[in-house]
Design a protein. Structure first.
Length: 230
């Protein structure tokens, strides 16, 4: 997010896009900081993102997509407006963590959707990639723009124990939730290396997963495999 919303350029021009954390406005110290997310509800965020998208494709005209993925750390907005919205979500989701994830997911994907719709006219043929990860991993309740790639982050090695392909309490699976709202679908996986003592190449589970995506009629499937030396 620091690459897309660089604080050295946008902290003065678009201060409202940066979050309130622990009661204070948080401005990232540099464009590599991972412990924050933009305020996805901020009206100026869309304007800032449009600028970054245009600059990116001017600089890299041959790139087919641009990623606006959440940072590794959390650091989501805790402004009074966001906290009040999360409280409203708790009427439906009593668990405060689930309520917060639902709120942040809806606001992130709503922002991405508006940007994707703008790109259809202003950057035709280009795709926008979003990451369904940590607190924005819940599928929104609306169909996404046809130029958005959803990249989930589920553990293929736990495809059975986490019932990724099987219906959960509301009658749909994690995978089907996302395939229902997306045109382009992808999966980011930790394959092997740092943090794991054995390779995580579960070919049978991968086969089941990819066949399920294909059977859904998804337009295409992208795959990212993260491998670090052990």
């Amino acid at each position: 997010m620091g690459q897309v919303f660089p604080p050295e350029l946008y902290a003065t021009k678009y201060p409202d896009i940066y979050p309130i954390i622990n009661g204070k406005k948080f401005i990232p110290p540099n464009d590599r900081a991972q412990n924050w997310q933009p305020n996805f509800s901020a009206p100026d965020l869309l304007d800032a993102a449009k600028e970054s998208v245009q600059q990116y494709f001017q600089k890299y005209p041959k790139m087919t997509y641009m990623a606006i993925s959440v940072n590794e750390g959390r650091g989501y907005d805790q402004s009074p407006a966001s906290l009040a919205a999360i409280k409203e979500y708790q009427k439906k989701y009593p668990n405060p963590q689930i309520a917060a994830a639902e709120f942040y997911s809806q606001t992130y994907w709503s922002f991405m959707n508006k940007l994707g719709e703008w790109m259809q006219t202003n950057e035709p043929g280009k795709l926008l990639l979003g990451l369904a990860y940590n607190d924005v991993s819940m599928a929104p309740d609306f169909k996404l723009s046809p130029n958005i790639i959803v990249m989930t982050v589920v553990h293929i090695s736990e495809v059975k124990s986490d019932v990724i392909l099987l219906p959960h309490l509301v009658g749909a699976s994690t995978l089907s939730d996302w395939l229902k709202v997306s045109h382009h679908y992808g999966q980011h996986e930790w394959l092997e290396g740092m943090g794991f003592l054995i390779p995580r190449s579960y070919t049978h589970y991968y086969s089941r997963f990819v066949k399920a995506v294909k059977a859904s009629g998804a337009q295409d499937m992208y795959q990212a495999l993260e491998c670090d030396p052990n």
